[in-house]
Design a protein around this ligand. Structure first.
Ligand code: ATP
Ligand code: MG
Length: 250
């Protein structure tokens, strides 16, 4: 379903991604962990070509882009395969929740307005915001804004949703409602890649966990393998930070 081959990305002389290989099956949920600056956001951005990789090949849903020689139509087709949910929500401030979700349907997918409206209402109901259709982002809590962000991503009907630390801007009491929505979508079988520091959530919802450090995949495996018996020293050091007693179990 998704295959990344030797994805590299440099900013000037700084190589941020050093050759990432990754395969993801249809319906799989993959969690990406790693320290700040390790390249997690860059990797997600490369996957939907918000950032152009310097080298490598990206295949999503049978469609391949060679990053050295991409054509405009290749990039356009690849972008349509994924939708991103951002840490900072990235909603249009001057549009209501409903208008934010409708935007992609009307502008990108050319769905007639009435139909887009109906679909968007259903999606907002799905994320528990059926009563906030006409609220502007400034009138919504962080958790509610992020749920609008998720509804907006779903509206694009993507093959994969890329979540970039979807709960890390939220007050702790709002994290649960967003995780609950992501959990619900995961059960519906959408392929998801989630960068997160919510270790308990990653362990529960992901089928596969990847630990990235310094632009390289250091270790990957099932949640049980990675969290309960990490092999690499760097993985152990990283996970230690997340447990107060210094053990790896969570
Ligand atoms: N547009 C850019 N120009 C130059 N350097 C950049 C750019 N974007 C990212 N970088 C650098 O690339 C490295 C990886 O950044 P990235 O945002 O991918 O890290 P991250 O793993 O997502 O970190 P965090 O957990 O803090 O979000 C960092 O050293 C960063 O400074
Ligand atoms: Mg990041």
């Amino acid at each position: 379903m998704i295959k990344l081959t030797q994805i590299k990305k440099s900013y000037g002389r700084h190589q941020v991604l050093k050759g990432i290989d990754l395969s993801v099956e249809q319906g799989e949920v993959v969690a990406i962990l790693g320290p700040s600056g390790s390249g997690k956001t860059t990797l997600l951005r490369c996957m939907n070509y918000l950032e152009r990789p310097s080298e490598g090949e990206i295949t999503i849903d049978g469609f391949t882009v060679n990053c050295k020689r991409p054509s405009k139509s290749d990039i356009h087709a690849l972008r349509k395969k994924s939708a991103m949910v951002f840490q900072q929500y990235n909603l249009f401030r001057h549009k209501t929740a409903l208008e934010n979700v409708m935007e992609g349907l009307v502008i990108v997918q050319k769905v007639p307005k009435e139909q887009a409206r109906k679909q968007s209402i259903e999606l907002l109901e799905k994320v528990g915001l059926g009563n906030k259709l006409d609220s502007y982002p400034s009138q919504l809590s962080g958790g509610q804004q992020q749920r609008v962000g998720i509804a907006r991503a779903l509206a694009l009907n993507p093959k994969v949703i890329l979540f970039d630390e979807p709960t890390s801007s939220l007050d702790p009491e709002l994290v649960g409602e967003v995780l609950a929505v992501i959990r619900k979508i995961a059960k519906e079988g959408i392929t998801m890649i989630i960068v997160t520091h919510e270790m308990g959530f990653a362990q529960e919802v992901a089928g596969h966990v990847i630990f990235i450090d310094d632009g390289t995949i250091v270790e990957s495996g099932t949640p049980d393998e990675l969290f309960n018996s990490p092999k690499e020293e760097r993985t152990k050091q990283f996970l230690k930070r997340f447990t107060p007693d210094g053990t790896y179990s969570i």
